[in-house]
Design a protein around this ligand. Sequence first.
Ligand code: 9MR
Length: 648
Amino acid sequence: MRRVLAGVLATTVLAGLVTLAAHASPRAAADEPVVVVSSTFDDGTAQGWTSRAGEAVAPSTAVAHGGTHSLAVTGREQSWQGPTLNLLEKAQKGIRYDLSVWVRLAAGEAPTQARLSVERRTGGTASYDQVVGDTAVTADGWANLRGSYTLAADVEFLATYVELSSATASLHIDDFSLSHTPLPPIQTDLPSLKDVLADHFAVGAAVGNAELLNNHGQLLAKHFDSITPGNTLKWDATEPTEGAFRFTDAEALVSWAKANGAAVRGHTLVWHQQTPAWVFKDAAGNDMTATPENKALLLARLEAHIRGVVGHFGDDIPVWDVVNEVIDENQADGLRRSKWFEITGLDYLRTAFRVAREVAPDAELVINDYNTNVPAKRDKLHDLVVRLRAEGVPIDAVGHQMHVNVQWPSVAETEAMLAKFVPLGIDQQITEMDVSIYTDDSQSYPTPPAEVLLAQAYRYRDFFELYKKYSANISSVTLWGLADDNTWLDSFPVTRKDHPLLFDTRLQAKDAYWGVVDPGRIGGPTSTTTTTTTTTTTTTVPPATCAVAYAIGSQWQGGFQGEVRVTNRGNAPVTAWTLAWSFADGQRVTQLWGGVHTQTGSAVSVRNASWNSTIAPGGSVSFGFLGSWTGANGKPTAFTLNGVGCQS
Ligand code: 9MR
């Protein structure tokens, strides 16, 4: 099974509720968790939980994590058997849910491992998405399985379930919860990365299909003009069994890209990971050894795979990571000892590029690798590219993954990496960049320290400055993820929350974003993850030289989104501003972007963010906020800018 989302996110564990909450409202207030399902079994029923296939589930008082009951599961005969709950009417597409369940083995059972997964079916085809991977469980205590899941497809069946590595062990589960925390709107008033970088190179993000939807999709569309499917074009996703191609997920991404004017980077045709076992079985079904027959069979499979995948998408995918991670600088010849290499030598590389060029003559063909800044690896990659191109192998570009961190590598070493390939006259692409906040495996921050996030912002600034310097040689820069809510670094090299991207877990711009867009704004108060105080100097404006437009963008039970535009009608710039008003109906601002707010009673005061402190004559600034209300939600009618009344 493929891991869909890493799950080390803060989940609100809610115990004690028995009821199934009504359908989650996407208009619930941002940042307050909404519990969609809570199963405590304390009413002595199974609360909708059933067995997957014939095993018995029943409320039990033998053990309980909280309250009086758990759910006992007995009579299992297969490892995949276990308790399951139908979520079809409960979970919505495009919402990131937090799932949590407590698991304990029945008395006397030997320790084993438990997993939490989701089964979904579309058009009769089942997919199994793992939410929480193997977790040690015993009969002596409760283990918590907790992770996140976003449904990205239309489904006719949706259920979560717990399974064990042991085929027969009996178990208990308790205090299951399915909840989600609504996201604030994305910041629409920020410069788009793709506009800021338009003169230099395309800017991309690697995504899963869940990130094409709702707020994630809006953020992706606003900032990126290239997208890379993180997993859906890999061999295990596209040809899980020989000749049976599956393109549904990748097709959804390609359609989205077309509709939103983004290019697609195809990733990846040949890799030593995420390749199904059948690829390396010989004609008799045994593991291949290096024989001429097996070499011919493997190359034929490779050719069929590339014809199937590249041929399917044709012009819709104009660039392919044809081969991924084939260099091992610790080998004298620099070549990774993968199954591909062991059985075919260099011929898998020759075949892959030749066939890709035949099937997609106009596509750009890339050799992609990580740690290409490391001099030994860089040089081995360089020499391989030179050698193969001399033979006529059609390699058009070198992909530098750039999985880096806040300290490593140096900009100088990275520049040497780019410079090394310039004499080849070959295109270069940054294909998988992220900047981990960690510099060794022992670190783990419950909350990322402000100084580390600042250091990260300066790293982004420095790397993007370098890329711009080489922009004649670099056609695209792709980040390996959209926002910090979903990054492979949450589970690599150890499990801990990382924050390696430009947008935070609530999809708001980080200082890292400003590092790319406008380094002068690093450390400004718009950042949601650092606290920096700005000193404001007040410029007094003459009377009635401002105009304020206050609008309620949307309103729902108890909450609303406000949008405010302040225009300078005077002849002099306003170099720092504070806008004040009073709410008549007891409303409260709960979150604000594009400024810094305080509220005392009904009096609201919003001062500028660091980056919008100046309002030119005739110019305006905007900010938005989320608010709460009860009873009435009248619009304020009187505003002051720096203490002076405005038109409204
Ligand atoms: O982001 C991908 C993650 O979801 C997979 O679990 C992982 C392991 O196969 O692969 C990740 O992407 C990798 C990419 O395809 C190649 N370079 C390294 C990336 C991070 O592991």
